[in-house]
Design a protein around this ligand. Structure first.
Ligand SMILES: Nc1ncnc2c1ncn2[C@@H]1O[C@H](COP(=O)(O)OP(=O)(O)OP(=O)(O)O)[C@@H](O)[C@H]1O
Ligand SMILES: [Mg+2]
Length: 252
């Protein structure tokens, strides 16, 4: 039965989509069957995997709006074992309906939990039915963050939402897997301070080794490939491989 990993941070531009694509690709390269679901209407996961959904293609947003099943929206990527359910860039936020458990229920009912080893969900920074559907389906949440002085607030906001999801009985399995520093440079005092503050708040074990700044991450996205395929010898490819290793040890 698939494990479900939600990549989330309330702050925009914190490396959610880069992390979703590259973690999913790393897991697939290790032989796992991986399903990436893009809940952010910006549609970046399809871009990062070089997939161009047709204008009328089924999407996760179309599914949430009742227009198709989830399975109808499945597309294969160029990499073995890595599939995508893309986003609908034309979807209006707010059109999700009332149900926060619709995605979770369909993953089980349509047999997708049985077909995959890991399901990775990329999320929008906004707090709405899309994020709540992701969090309801989550076993674990991975929080990428850019270590500057505003990042603590995004993390705290997310922590409050996770608490709400758990305390309202929407999902009692949900746990924070860890925090992943993005564009980290430990020579910078502010980066060390933000890391120390998160370690203090959530425990040092929850802080993953970060992803260093590497133009190859942006470049790989632009050419529609995971960074391990575009630049296998890059810093970012090594860092994402190490991050996935520690993610596996934290997932108990
Ligand atoms: N390690 C890295 N080195 C250099 N640039 C990076 C790195 N990680 C991410 N970026 C760049 O930072 C920007 C934001 O990353 P990304 O799109 O993954 O964030 P996001 O949280 O998904 O954003 P949004 O909230 O808009 O969905 C992108 O331009 C991306 O290419
Ligand atoms: Mg994104």
């Amino acid at each position: 039965m698939a494990r479900t990993l939600v990549i989330s941070n309330r702050k925009g531009g914190s490396g959610k989509s880069s992390t979703s694509v590259n973690v999913a690709a790393e897991l697939a390269a290790q032989g796992q069957r991986v399903l990436l679901i893009d809940l952010d209407t910006q549609g970046h996961c399809a871009v990062g995997l070089g997939i161009k959904p047709a204008r009328d293609a089924a999407t996760v947003h179309g599914f949430l709006a009742g227009r198709s099943s989830l399975r109808q929206a499945l597309v294969e990527s160029a990499w073995p074992g890595l599939h995508l359910i893309p986003a609908d860039p034309l979807f209006e936020h707010g059109g999700v309906g009332e149900s926060e458990s619709k995605l979770r229920d369909a993953l089980a009912a349509e047999g997708l939990l049985a077909d995959y080893d890991t399901i990775v969900l990329d999320t929008p920074p906004s707090l709405d039915g899309l994020l709540l559907n992701a969090l309801c389906a989550a076993d674990r949440v991975l929080v990428p963050f850019v270590p500057h002085y505003l990042s603590g607030e995004g993390v705290r906001q997310l922590a409050r939402i996770l608490f709400k999801v758990a305390s309202r009985g929407l999902n009692d399995r949900i746990r924070v897997l860890g925090f992943l520093p993005i564009m980290i440079d430990l020579r910078i005092g502010q980066h060390r301070e933000v890391n120390a503050s998160l370690s203090h708040q959530f425990g040092a074990a929850r802080l993953l080794p970060g992803i260093r700044t590497d133009i190859k991450v942006a470049e790989a996205f632009a050419v529609g490939k995971p960074v391990r395929e575009h630049a296998p010898n890059s810093r970012a490819a090594a860092d994402y491989a190490a991050a996935v290793k520690s993610l596996e040890t934290l997932w108990v």
